[in-house]
Design a protein around this ligand. Structure first.
Ligand SMILES: [Zn+2]
Length: 146
């Protein structure tokens, strides 16, 4: 399980997991010592607060996977920065994204070879909860981003 999480991002540590009827829930924590302000690039070690954040990742053992992280908010101590706090970010997840990039790639992969309705049915069977419209949007974005 730790390997699965490390492949996603080396700065994540696996804590524990639970398996329910239809999903695997993995709890993780960031092992970075500091956060980097996305607005000015300054590093900060001063934690402002923590909040729970969850996202979907690649299926494990044929079950949907949900990852839960206690995400940190840091103070930005740069007096010239327009922001005083910022949330820790990860490359595998778009800002406010609910699915990891590797899961989105898999969804696109499956959707390219079938209709969006069939893809949605296949995906809901054990990969991710995605509706027909989400699949269409993902495919559209894929064509517009170089
Ligand atoms: Zn800043």
């Amino acid at each position: 399980m730790d390997e699965f999480i490390k492949e996603l991002d080396a700065s994540l540590d696996y804590l524990e997991h639970e398996i329910t009827e239809n999903e695997v829930i993995i709890y993780v924590a960031s092992n970075r010592k500091s956060g980097s302000c996305p607005y000015c690039g300054c590093d900060s070690m001063r934690v402002h607060s923590r909040y729970e954040k969850s996202f979907q990742d690649l299926p494990i053992m044929g079950k949907k996977t949900k990852v839960i992280i206690e995400n940190r908010k840091f103070f930005c101590d740069n007096p010239d920065c327009t922001f005083t706090t910022f949330a820790e970010r990860f490359d595998f997840l778009k800002q406010n994204g609910k699915k990891t990039k590797r899961l989105i790639e898999k969804i696109i992969d499956i959707s390219l070879n079938t209709s969006s309705i069939a893809a949605s049915r296949t995906l809901k069977g054990g990969i991710a909860d995605v509706g027909k419209s989400t699949i269409c949007n993902l495919l559209k974005k894929r064509h517009t981003t170089p």
